[in-house]
Write a protein that binds this ligand. Structure first.
Ligand SMILES: O=C(O)CCC(=O)C(=O)O
Length: 273
C-alpha cells in the first residue's frame, strides 16, 4: 500500500504549511453495514487487517529506535533506560507519525463514523506499553473527537489493553462545566466522576482484544480506560489518533493544526494571539 510522501519538518523550523503534496490514491473502503451498526450501537468497532505487517513493523521499528537512542529526531527528547511514557502530538515534529495519523485506509471508516463529514487529524499518542490510564471520555479533553487506535501488535489483557463500556457513548458526557461552580461534579476529581458516571450507566465493561494490524474506531463519548498490565514489562505498541469533523467550528485548541487526508493543514478557528 502506498503511503503519503511528506516533507521533512523540524520543530524549530516549523511554519504552518497550507498543503502537503501527497502522492496517494484515496482508499475507498468504508465500514461494512455490520461494522457501522456495531459502531452506532456499541460506540466502537474493531476493523481487522487494516494495516499490513510491514506497515506495523515500520512504525514500531522507528519507535523502538527512538527509544533506545539509535535514532535521533529533532523534537524527541532522548529517554533514559526504562522511560516509556507515551509521546504526545509526535506528528507535529515527526513525519512518520503524521503519515500514520493520515494513513489512507483510515479516511473512509472515519468518515462513516462521523456520519459523512471528513475527519481532520488533531492528536497522536504513541504507547510502547499499556497506559493503565483511568476511566475517561476523550471529548472531555477534545470536543467532538473520535479515535482510531492502531494496534501494531496483538493486544490483550496481558499487555494492558483498553477496557470500554459499550453503549456508554449514548449516555452523559462529562464536560468542564460539570466541575465548575454549581456544576454537578463541582469538587470532584475528574476520573472519580467518570467512575461514578460509569456506575450510573450500568453497562458492562469489556476488554478489547485485537490482532496485529487492527484498528479500533471509537466514539469520543465512550467511557474507556487503560486496563492493568497482567504481564509486567510487556510491550504494547499502539498509536492512538484523534480526529474531529471538518465542519466542527467550535474547536477550543485554536493553536493546534488540523490535518485533512488530502494534505491540507489549517488552524480553525483562527488563533486569537
Ligand atoms: O491506549 C491506552 O492505554 C489509552 C488510550 C486512551 O485512553 C485514549 O486514546 O484516549
Amino acid at each position: 500500500m502506498q503511503l503519503a510522501r511528506l516533507p521533512i519538518l523540524c520543530r524549530d523550523s516549523f511554519q504552518l504549511p497550507t498543503h502537503f503534496d501527497m502522492d496517494v490514491q484515496p482508499v475507498t473502503n468504508g465500514l461494512t453495514p455490520q461494522q457501522q451498526a456495531a459502531y452506532d450501537e456499541q460506540g466502537f468497532v474493531i476493523v481487522e487487517n487494516l494495516m499490513s505487517d510491514a506497515e506495523c513493523d515500520r512504525f514500531v521499528d522507528h519507535m523502538v529506535a527512538l527509544l533506545d537512542g539509535s535514532k535521533e529526531l529533532d523534537g524527541f527528547a532522548p529517554r533514559t533506560i526504562g522511560e516509556r511514557g507515551r509521546t504526545h502530538n509526535q506528528h507535529t515534529y515527526d513525519f512518520l507519525a503524521l503519515e500514520y495519523l493520515l494513513l489512507p485506509q483510515l479516511q473512509a471508516p472515519l468518515r462513516d463514523c462521523l456520519g459523512g463529514d471528513e475527519a481532520e487529524g488533531i492528536q497522536t499518542m504513541y504507547f510502547w506499553e499499556g497506559s493503565e490510564q483511568r476511566r475517561h471520555q476523550d471529548q472531555y479533553y477534545l470536543p467532538a473527537c473520535i479515535s482510531a487506535w492502531l494496534a501494531f501488535m496483538d493486544v490483550d489483557e496481558n499487555n494492558g489493553t483498553i477496557f470500554v463500556q459499550p453503549g456508554s457513548h449514548k449516555n452523559r458526557l462529562l464536560t468542564q462545566a460539570d466541575f465548575q461552580e454549581g456544576g454537578e461534579f463541582e469538587g470532584w476529581e475528574y476520573n472519580d466522576a467518570v467512575d461514578e458516571q460509569a456506575k450510573r450507566n450500568a453497562l458492562l465493561e469489556v476488554p478489547v482484544q485485537v490482532s496485529k494490524g487492527s484498528v479500533v474506531f471509537f466514539d469520543g463519548v465512550l467511557v474507556h480506560r487503560g486496563g492493568p498490565i497482567l504481564q509486567e514489562g510487556s510491550d504494547r505498541h499502539v498509536l492512538a489518533n484523534h480526529y474531529i469533523p471538518y465542519g466542527f467550528d467550535d474547536w477550543p485548541h485554536r493553536s493546534w493544526t488540523r490535518h485533512a487526508f488530502d494534505g491540507r493543514v489549517r488552524r480553525h478557528p483562527e488563533p486569537t494571539d
